[in-house]
Design a protein around this ligand. Sequence first.
Ligand SMILES: CCCC(=O)SCCNC(=O)CCNC(=O)[C@H](O)C(C)(C)COP(=O)(O)OP(=O)(O)OC[C@H]1O[C@@H](n2cnc3c(N)ncnc32)[C@H](O)[C@@H]1OP(=O)(O)O
Ligand SMILES: [Mg+2]
Length: 376
Amino acid sequence: MSGVLRSGSSSWRRAATLVLAAGWAHPGPGAPALPPLPNEGFRLLLLQRSSQQGFMPGAHVFPGGVVDAADGSDEWLRLFAPHHGPPRFGLGSPPPSRTTFPVLPAAGPDTAAEDRAGLPDDVAFRICAIRETFEEAGVLLLRPRASPPPAAPEPGRALPPPAGLAAWRARVRRDPRDFLRLCAHLDCTPDIWALHDWSVWLTPFSRRGGRRFDTTFFLCCLRDPPPVYPDLEEVVGSQWSSPLEATESFISKEIWMAPPQFYEIRRLENFASLSDLHKFCLDHVLEGVERWMPILLLTADGQISLLPGDELYLEDSNFLENLLSTEKKTEEIMKEGKKFHRVVIYSRHVYSIHVTVQSKYKHVYPKTYVINKSHL
Ligand SMILES: CCCC(=O)SCCNC(=O)CCNC(=O)[C@H](O)C(C)(C)COP(=O)(O)OP(=O)(O)OC[C@H]1O[C@@H](n2cnc3c(N)ncnc32)[C@H](O)[C@@H]1OP(=O)(O)O
Ligand SMILES: [Mg+2]
């Protein structure tokens, strides 16, 4: 399943990450914490990566990780039976395949046999996202095998942590194949039906080199926030933040996020409530999602991360291993154009987003977001 794809000098890791949105009541001062009403706001789970991580040390990201062969093993077939099985495991028809730029080489001939296992990618990637969320945050998104998903899915709940979970978590962190054994032990399956396709990001080329990921982002709505237990190795902290709170934490230098997370946080600002967000996911499921690779434009005093639709974005495979640069300053470049889909990176904690293009496939893009100059 995982396999490492090669394009030019880059090796690509296939990964999955989970945007967990939990319903959040607004208890007044001293008021008892009430269960959130459907039209209440939501908070997002952000995990802080350890400063020892090889990739994005210290960054706040959504739970996630590299897809492992175990996530696609056909041993899962007996666990999903009898309610679910090939070809779609109850996920509904496959989203339309969007042949978007860039095309990465298919998994090479060295992909081991078990990597081409019986599960379709969109099942295996959901299992990976749920496994990684368990490994990194101790949140268990499983569904009892006896209760197939409801016809009209509502936001779910994480499984209350059963006894002995810490020992199981250590086992799964050592060997991803133990995640299936944990599910069998609990007579559950990963709640793949609660995960909705949201976006796919490919790591842009940068002169620093380093790891590159082809990462599928899923979105999952929960009625209320489950307790979170960072593993304290890969992940050293966690927070539930609204899109606005996460933006303010970033601008005030309390947290650092890479452009994809900042973009997704701002995109989620479009939704006023958990029910709006959940309804959007259900209405949108057949449209498929855009898969894109930002192209970096280095300016004299910063960087601009260009996205498809931007007038400077070129769908040219040369940019798999190249970037753009100019002697001009960022402000000059910004004055020249008008068809924007870009994240402007002024400094480590000062990003702005400019969107003037229409979103594709009935998805939403973030609104233009420019911080006031006092932060510059
Ligand atoms: C400007 C950047 C633009 C882009 O990258 S766009 C593509 C998507 N990228 C992003 O979203 C940026 C943020 N990155 C991420 O969210 C994550 O890095 C991403 C892409 C989901 C991949 O997840 P990761 O957590 O990095 O991968 P992972 O969980 O498989 O491994 C992380 C490192 O932890 C290690 N690890 C995993 N399980 C462990 C265990 N049980 N005990 C100790 N160490 C463990 C694992 O070996 C890995 O270390 P290493 O990276 O191999 O050195
Ligand atoms: Mg991880």
